[in-house]
Each structure stands twice: as C-alpha cells, then as structure tokens.
Design a protein around this ligand. Sequence first.
Ligand code: FEO
Length: 384
Amino acid sequence: MEKIVDDIFNVGVNDTKIDLFEGQYKVKDGMSYNSYLIIDEKIAILDTVDKNFFEEWFNNLTTILKDNKPTYLIVSHMEFDHAANIIKLVEKYNDITIVGNVKTFTMIKQFFNVEITNKLVVKENDTLSLGKHTLTFIFAPFVHWPEVMFTYDSYANILFSADAFGRFNTYENEANYLDEARRYYIGIVGKYGNQVQSVLKKASNLNIKIIAPLHGNVIKDNLAYYINKYDVWSKYEAEEEGVLIAYCSVYGNTKDAVNLLVKSLNNKGYRNVFAYDLARSDISEVISLAFKYNKLVLASITYNNSIFPFMNTFIEGLIERNYQNRIVGFIENGSWAPMATKVMKDKMQVLKNITFIDSNVKILSAVNEDTINQIEKLADSLLD
Ligand code: FEO
C-alpha cells in the first residue's frame, strides 16, 4: 500500500507468483495490480485487482476504510487483471454504485452474467464530485480495450491512466524501468498508436502532476519524460539510432554472418548494434527493441521452404504491432534453395514506410569470401 497524497492511496497488490502476464509475457520480477482509494465526503475505489488477490486487496481496503463504506467503484477497464472482483466487492458493500460507461456495463453482463442495478453510466467528460475531489472521465478506447477510460482528479491533479503508463515488475521495483515500460507498452498497447495519440491530445489539456497507472509505479517525477516516450512510441518513431539484429541459426553458420556484421559495424565505428538469437531470447523483449532502434536486420535460415519458426513469430509480432518507419536489411542462408529473404520481405510488405536495403546477404551453407564481401556492403548500407 502507498499513500499517494493525503487522501489517496494505492491499495493494490504485487503478484510475485505469476509466470506469464496476459498469458504470454514473461514477468520474472512479477507484476503489480494497482487499485486506488480516494477518501472524501464520498469514498471512491478505482478498480479491483486480479482474482487471486481478493483477500489481500480487501484487507488493504478495509485497513484504511475501517467501518466507512465506499460510495463508488469506478471501473476503468474490464480486463480481468483489474475487474475480476467487481461482484465480490458488491457482495461486501451492497449499496456501492458501479461507475462505468455503456461498454463497461455490457462487459460486466458478459463476464459475470449479472445486471448491475446500482450503477452510474458516464459519458466522455462527465464529472463526478466526491466533495473536495472532482473526477472527470476521459475515454481512452483501445488503450487497450474499447471500454477503457481515464479518470482525472482536478483537485489532486492526478491522472488515473488505466493500463497506460504501466509497466511490468512489482510495485516500487525500479529495475530496468524504461526497458520494462517499453516492453509492456509495445507488447500490450503497441498496435493502438493512433488511439494513444488521441488520448495524449486530450490529456495535454489537463494540469497533471501525478500519473497513477494500473500497473507499475505511480509517476510523480519527470512526467514530461514518460509522456514523451509514449508520444514517440505511439507515433512509431525510433527512440535511438541503432541496429537491432534478430537471427535464427541452427548450426551456427548464420550466426557467423551475424557476428561478422556486428564486427564490421563496430570496425566502422558504429557501436549501437545488438544481436539477439530469437530461439534463445524473450521475443517480446526483442520486438520492443526493434521499436527502440531505427534499423533492423533479420537473419534466418531457409526452413521447410520458408523461414525458421521463431523468425516467423517475430515478424508476426512486428506486424501485429504496426511496426513502421524503419530501415530493414536481410541475411539468408540456404544450402539448396535459399528463399528466406523473399519470405521475410514478402511478409513485411504489409507494413507502412519500411525502407528495404538492397544489398542483402545470401549465405550458401557457410560463410565464405563472397559472403564476407556482401556483409561489408550490408554494413555500409546500414551506415548510409
Ligand atoms: Fe492491465 Fe488491459 O489490463
């Protein structure tokens, strides 16, 4: 639990047992499910937590509430890492009013098969007074579900931002802060850059001093830095000049070419080059790094007349998240019918504003003098 300001608390929980967040993202340092409590003449709870944590969360709530009863439960997002305990809370506080929009209540009916009778259906920019605190509801559709809404507290100048500005890791664990915020954003919200841009524009009119997301730390300092990161990510711009090499190699020959490319770039004075073996890496991390840098090289063996499965997963992950505005080169390997570059390039044709490098590398089984020359040309093209 954390006191955010005098009368606002995070009563959320840390999940250190979780293996895969949202069924796919490895979170070795766990995850937090934040839930906020505003104490005023009327008391509001913002969101519940994952179903496995009802007891801990409710204990946090009642430690502060004591015998007081909450008037409202504001539902920012219906995904079950936040919404799982809505009905259990109603069972504890029969008079509580559930606050959501039309889509929220449609989903409550779908998930719980119950009709909420004690409800307040809000529209965009509606306000709700708790006493000193006045809350304004700002719709944030597809950040990252259609019913999502932010809540702005104009008394405390806090933006309760639902999933936006969240990150992997438990609460108050600052390890790899930006990398885990990026991996979270690209993985979960990356597809919806336009929608993030839209809600950032709405938020730019607000006097925000604190951002309180549903995952990860409450942001009290350097707000402009984090808002700028969201702006860059949602515009699909690169954060840094750099080459990310994602490769698949079975017997090490394609890896040899990758190592030679790294060496060649280093020898030319270019240090921001990073190579990842997709079979042995967390693909969500490599995808997020592809969005960090402005250049990408894909290196794959030819496999079953196509590309290696991990490369297929990687490219599909980029496509799902609208990867765009980047420079891309290829390295392929094949002993009798190399076609990995054609397959990789064909798949990426659906992406917007990708500049494909012409001087790609073709390895016939193993690196030789000819491939070394090709690697030099690819390195030069990447530095052009
Ligand atoms: Fe944290 Fe989209 O749920």
